[in-house]
Design a protein. Structure first.
Length: 313
């Protein structure tokens, strides 16, 4: 019998234009998290979570790690995971979604090599453990969460700017200390890792012409093997995933610029406007022009369209 492929979701977050991170806080995040049927998901940004109260497990690819109050999670870009509260109970997590690339480009605009090395270090592996195991890093996270509650401060952005860089440096240090994680931590597992460089490559180069053979080369595997790995882990073809990313970027441009649809199509990597229109409608259920007129009606629909479904759905 053919093994049923698991579904994995891409949950996409946008950081405000003048900020480096997005904080998710408040009553909305006091909830029962997940269910036994909830699929794993991954993000386009680094996720840092703080457990205020509650208990349960965090699924890290194939490993289930118990969580409790006073624990902190650090999840790299494109790392599959899920949070499940203990049955019939609520947990309270607060989250930071960090645009690491934007921070490093702003702080070190002329040092591309340093940017690359830092991105490799901070996305090397996840961590889930006690805040006591990483006191300096946890202190920075709590300070950032406190700052995001007080955005009226005229120096708010400058404070977040400095704290964000300090946070990245501490994550890089944590990953560089040794091959073994601190007590209470976990190590990155294999499987999804094989195609992770492809996800990073697509995220960074989506606007450029892209052949599947070139993406496969980033993962150092043959094209046929890459296609098989990608579909097994993501549940869609590399081209389908690339088009998802391009359409999501197009939506950002439609909301934030006055560019024509022809200009946007080119900027996000579609060779022709007709190809752009066809993929946009397939993914969002409406044309770019209709979406522009009533974008608020389609934001939730677009996020649902980012679900990684099994081939044939």
């Amino acid at each position: 019998m053919k093994k049923t492929k698991e579904k994995v979701e891409l949950r996409y977050y946008d950081v405000p234009q003048n900020d480096f991170l997005l904080a998710l806080q408040g009553l909305e995040w006091k909830r029962q998290y997940g269910s036994k049927d909830s699929p794993l998901h991954f993000h386009n940004l680094m996720e840092i979570g703080v457990c205020r109260y509650g208990s349960g497990i965090m699924k890290m690819e194939t490993e289930d790690i118990p969580y409790q109050p006073g624990m902190i999670s650090i999840l790299p870009v494109n790392y599959p995971h899920n949070t499940l509260s203990t049955e019939d109970t609520e947990s309270y997590w607060e989250y930071l979604f960090i645009d690491s690339e934007k921070i490093l480009q702003t702080m070190y605009p002329d040092d591309l090599l340093f940017q690359q090395k830092m991105m490799e270090k901070i996305n090397q592996r996840p961590f889930l453990g006690s805040e006591k195991a990483v006191p300096e890093l946890a202190g920075i996270v709590h300070t950032i969460l406190d700052e995001t509650r007080n955005k009226k401060d005229p120096l708010y952005r400058e404070c977040i700017r400095g704290l964000s860089l300090a946070l990245l440096i501490n994550v890089a240090r944590l990953n560089a200390e040794s091959n073994a994680m601190p007590e209470g931590g976990i190590r990155l597992r294999t499987g999804f890792d094989q195609i992770r460089p492809a996800l990073d490559h697509i995220r960074e180069q989506y606007s450029s012409p892209m052949k599947i053979s070139e993406i496969a080369a980033v993962c150092h595997v043959s094209e046929s093997h890459f296609r098989r790995l990608f579909e097994e882990n993501i549940g869609m073809t590399p081209v389908e995933y690339l088009n998802q990313v391009r359409v999501r970027k197009a939506c950002d441009l439609i909301k934030t610029t006055g560019n024509s649809m022809e200009e946007i199509a080119v900027k996000v990597g579609f060779a022709t406007t007709s190809t752009f229109n066809r993929n946009f409608k397939r993914i969002t259920g409406t044309s770019p022009y209709q979406w522009k007129k009533q974008p608020e009606n389609f934001e939730s629909r677009l996020s649902k369209c980012n679900i990684m479904v099994e081939k044939g759905w």
